[in-house]
Ligand binder design. Structure first.
Ligand code: PLP
Length: 471
């Protein structure tokens, strides 16, 4: 039921005070012709309605949430407390000389440079995909500035996240997909063949979406650079390497990070995200403006010489930046490295427990995530990756990512993240193994699951083809 269906004319949760000033007569051309369609409910109905709705949702604070590729990590509450400080919430973006806010952005940029091995950052982009698009516009501006106008192709491996080719297409590039080798890495021969004088960039996430660290990265960087292209780091998978190895040292020229993933600002549900872009010096003059600079302890905005322009209003989602800043400062250098190690340890532990039951599409050791294939189980029992994922909901855990990456059939991709305890991981492994046995013994039971959630099995095709986007 929606709040509009609970509406009863004349009810209100907040009685308005009697007017104590003279009524101002607006020009009728500014007046509505009919009353605004607003729900009219009392306070208790309002509270109950939204409390009931919140109980139907499942978030990272409710239980295990092992989405792969998306890094749904726990968001420490101290980040929220920092972002709620009135000094941050009460400033207007046009108060652009506020030294504390500028200093935070400057220090965050420096910290991100230290973590990634880049020289400069923009904090403007609002999400990972937005960061990709921004960086690709910078890459285009860079080649154009050298009168190298024929570089109109962006290469990406077939394991890439869908946003990579989508962003490249939006930035006006043609996409070349190269296959992965049998060990899940970028195929060097295919890359050699694909690069040429029309290569603008190669986009790679390392570790990749199979949770495998591409150990050929130096060779890859050589191949791309020799051809005159740039190397783009999709930082959505930075989690298991932060504080240990830096994209800048691997040979990447430009990166985007997902503050709402790696740096623990909440994400999901379409909330504000943040996808800062960092680059080496050769691209710095193309960064969006404003960037923040420091001069003898004074902070101010500046405009890079050949800036591609602004990509978001003002300075990006500022309060998300505050959360990421709080996260970095509370963990410190050692804490960041430790988180990375724990994320890999947790993923490897869960993978080791499941390996016996499902073919695993990672090598012996994975990084922060791993992919299992339910293809064999489906052939034997008819129970698919989707059925298994739905059944997990009845057991109180959020399903992992399904059917991604596309190169693995009946894929389930798990990323437990660093903060989960051994008990939680064991419980998740027990659930999945139990479901695997149930699939072998009673496969029919799966087709109706989940049975305990407010919505069971929506018609996904219909929802995708005919979405109802408003009430
Ligand atoms: C590998 C990878 N790249 C890029 C993105 C895009 O990030 P965002 O969802 O913030 O746009 C994602 C998101 O899941 C991802 O997993």
């Amino acid at each position: 039921m929606t709040i509009f269906e609970l509406s009863k004319s004349g009810r209100t949760a907040c009685p308005l005070q009697k007017r104590d000033v003279e009524e101002y007569k607006l020009d009728p051309k500014f007046l509505r012709e009919a009353d605004a369609m607003l729900p009219e409910v009392d306070e208790l109905t309002l509270v109950r309605h939204y409390t009931a709705l919140s109980k139907k949702a499942f978030g990272v604070d409710d239980g295990f949430y092992p989405l792969g590729s998306c890094t749904m990590k726990y968001n420490p509450k101290i980040n929220e407390a920092a972002a709620a400080l009135s000094g941050f919430t009460n400033i207007h973006p046009l108060q652009d000389q506020t030294q504390g806010a500028l200093r935070l952005m400057w220090e965050l940029s420096r910290d991100l440079c230290a973590i990634t091995g880049m020289d400069m950052f923009t904090l403007q982009p609002a999400a990972g995909a937005h960061g990709e698009f921004t960086a690709l516009l910078m890459i285009k501006a860079y080649h154009n500035s050298r009168n190298d106008h024929k570089r109109n192709k962006v290469i990406a491996p077939d394991s890439a996240h869908g946003t990579n080719p989508a962003s490249a297409a939006m930035a006006g590039f043609e996409i070349i997909n190269i296959p992965s080798s049998s060990d899940g890495l970028a195929d060097l021969e295919a890359l050699e063949k694909a690069v040429g004088e029309d290569t603008a960039a190669f986009m790679l996430t390392n570790p990749n979406t199979l949770g495998i660290f591409d150990k050929n990265i130096k060779k890859i960087a050589d191949i791309v650079h020799k051809a005159g292209g740039l190397l783009y780091y999709d930082g959505a998978n930075l989690n298991p390497i932060m504080g240990i190895i830096r994209p800048g040292d691997m040979g990447f020229d430009v990166v985007h990070l997902n503050l709402h993933k790696t740096f623990s600002a909440p994400h999901g549900g379409g909330g504000p995200g943040s996808g800062p872009v960092g680059c080496k010096k050769l691209l710095a003059e193309f960064l969006p403006w404003p960037t923040v600079e420091e001069d003898n302890g004074v902070y101010r905005f500046s405009k890079p010489h050949k800036s591609i322009g602004s990509v978001k209003a003002f300075y990006g989602n500022f309060l998300v930046l505050v959360k990421a800043f709080a996260y970095i400062k509370t963990l410190g250098k050692d804490g960041i490295r430790n988180s990375a190690k724990m994320s890999a340890l947790n993923a490897n532990y869960l993978m080791a427990r499941l390996k016996e039951y499902f073919p695993c599409h990672s090598q012996d050791i994975c990084m922060h995530e791993f992919v299992i294939s339910c293809e064999e189980l489906k052939q034997r029992t008819g129970v698919s990756a989707l059925d298994l994922a739905k059944a997990m909901q009845d057991k109180g855990m959020h399903p992992p990512t399904m059917y991604f990456p596309l190169i693995v059939k009946e894929a389930l991709m798990f990323e437990p993240t660093e903060t989960e305890s051994k008990e939680t991981l064991d419980n998740a492994a027990d659930i999945i193994i139990e479901l695997c046995h149930e699939a072998l013994n009673n496969p029919q039971s799966f087709h109706e699951k989940p049975l305990t959630t407010p919505i069971g099995r929506p018609d996904e095709v219909k929802a995708a083809r005919f979405p109802i986007l408003k009430g």
